[in-house]
Design a protein around this ligand. Structure first.
Ligand SMILES: O=C(O)C1=C[C@@H](OP(=O)(O)O)[C@@H](O)[C@H](O)C1
Ligand SMILES: C=C(OP(=O)(O)O)C(=O)O
Length: 427
């Protein structure tokens, strides 16, 4: 795909598709509930469709109409043995959280994914699950496909997480629902807490105390209606575009504002961004509101420590904001980027460098010297949706044309990325 330089700014209102993390979890808990769960504003992105596929393969009836999803819950113990290997596609969230659930079923299962997923570590869930008494086997000790066999029982367990990860936490919470005693997870920093909130919403016995989360064996729970807020990780791309382009003013309505996800707002404010939150409210235990962003002069900052889990998926687009900021931005403590859909430290640095950015990788992040200038180049997404969307915007701000090798990957989290951008683009 060829991207031409944008000549104007961004003005107007938009909504973004439903939150990916919450959409995944709505299928998981809706399937395990008794009776119907109706989900509105579900993200019809490929990752969430993979989760739907996995539950359908385990006998759950799931009807999709537009962005509405009706799940006919089979109950806590009602999943059926899949006839084939479950396919998590490109989705780390699907394969990791599902592993915790599959570990507690009375049937053997196998779950696999695409070429990118097959390179992502599964030992981070297999090791603690096996310590709890599960029987999970990874390929070459570490990777998908994984095989999970039934066991007699899942034991009480306390796990101190070496790295903040909502996928690992959620996986263990899933297993904890079926366990014989308390499962306690201690987080180094608080990662996104959508699982905890959704468990509370469904009446599952979960307890949160600071960085510690505890779960007891769950009982039957009933289906509920779920309204999925807009995905702040998708909104982040438009927020940065509006910050960079002078004269812009956009309003993004109905975005999830869960404090474990709003690091992008904090980072942009600290960089000098002009951002206001309006119309804040709570929908099924999740905060939601509207975000107003105006074009502004950005400055470089240091980004590290406990904000990292709150911006983990936003770092590629924050890197682009840093290119258009005055001064240097240093991102540290972000080693986790190396095990996403691609190594996002290397990919961001290599591709933005091709466009003339002054960006240097380091072991746990990158250093970006703001130059406010990019030149069109031939760049690669590595099949990573967040790289695709970041490079598309980088191309719009670059002099000359930018050629992106594979833009299809953006369908993983925002199939309407360009359509939404066009609604606010001023020429
Ligand atoms: O639980 C989730 O929904 C997610 C957790 C994060 O991964 P980690 O748990 O690996 O940090 C994030 O990067 C991913 O996009 C979604
Ligand atoms: C890392 C991501 O997703 P997942 O881990 O679910 O593949 C992402 O969406 O940026």
């Amino acid at each position: 795909m060829i991207i031409n330089k944008y000549n104007g700014c961004f003005k107007g209102e938009m909504t973004v598709p439903g939150d990916k993390s919450i959409s995944h979890r709505s299928i998981m808990f809706g399937s395990l509930a008794e009776g119907e769960t109706n989900v509105k504003n579900f993200l019809m992105g490929e990752d969430c469709l993979s989760t739907i596929g996995c539950f359908r393969d385990m006998g759950v009836e799931i009807e999709v109409s537009g962005t509405d999803v009706k799940i006919k819950g089979v109950g806590f113990k009602g999943l059926k043995k899949p006839e084939k290997t479950l396919d998590a596609g490109n989705s780390g969230t699907t394969i990791r959280i599902l592993s915790g659930l599959l570990a507690c079923q009375n049937f053997e299962s196998r779950i696999d994914g695409d070429e990118s997923l097959r390179k992502r570590p599964m030992s981070r869930v297999a090791d603690p699950l096996n310590d709890m008494g599960a029987d999970m086997e990874c390929t070459n000790g570490k990777y998908p496909p994984v095989t999970i066999r039934p066991v007699e029982k899942i034991k009480a367990y306390r796990y101190v997480q070496p790295t903040a990860s909502a996928q690992v936490k959620s996986c263990l919470l899933m297993a904890g629902m079926y366990g014989e005693g308390t499962v306690e997870i201690v987080q180094p920093e608080i990662s996104r807490d959508h699982t905890e909130r959704m468990m509370k919403y469904f009446g599952i016995p979960i307890e949160v105390e600071g960085k510690t989360v505890r779960i007891q064996k769950a009982d039957v729970f009933k289906g509920k209606d779920i309204m999925v807020p807009g995905d702040i990780s998708s909104a982040a791309f438009y927020m940065v575009a509006a910050c960079i382009a002078k004269g812009s003013e956009i309003l993004i309505r109905d975005v999830g504002l869960n404090p474990t996800r709003t690091g992008i707002i904090d980072v942009l404010l600290q960089m000098g961004g002009d951002i206001e939150i309006e119309n804040e409210r709570l929908e099924n235990e999740e905060p939601i509101g509207d975000i107003r962003i105006k074009g502004s002069d950005l400055k470089g900052i240091e980004i590290n420590g406990d904000i990292i889990p709150r911006i983990i998926d936003e770092i590629p687009i924050i890197s682009l904001a840093a290119v258009f900021a005055e001064g240097t931005t240093v991102i540290s403590d972000a080693e986790e980027l190396k095990v996403k859909e691609t190594d996002r430290i290397a990919a961001v640095c290599d591709e933005l460098s091709k466009m003339g950015a002054k960006i240097t990788p380091k072991d746990d992040g990158m250093v970006i010297e703001g130059t406010s200038k990019l030149s069109g180049a031939a760049v690669k997404t590595y099949g990573d949706h967040r790289m695709g969307m970041m490079l598309a915007l980088a191309g719009g701000f670059a002099d000359g044309d930018t050629e992106i090798d594979d833009i299809e990957c953006i369908a993983v989290s925002n199939p309407d990325f360009f359509k939404i951008l066009d609604t606010v683009k001023q020429i």
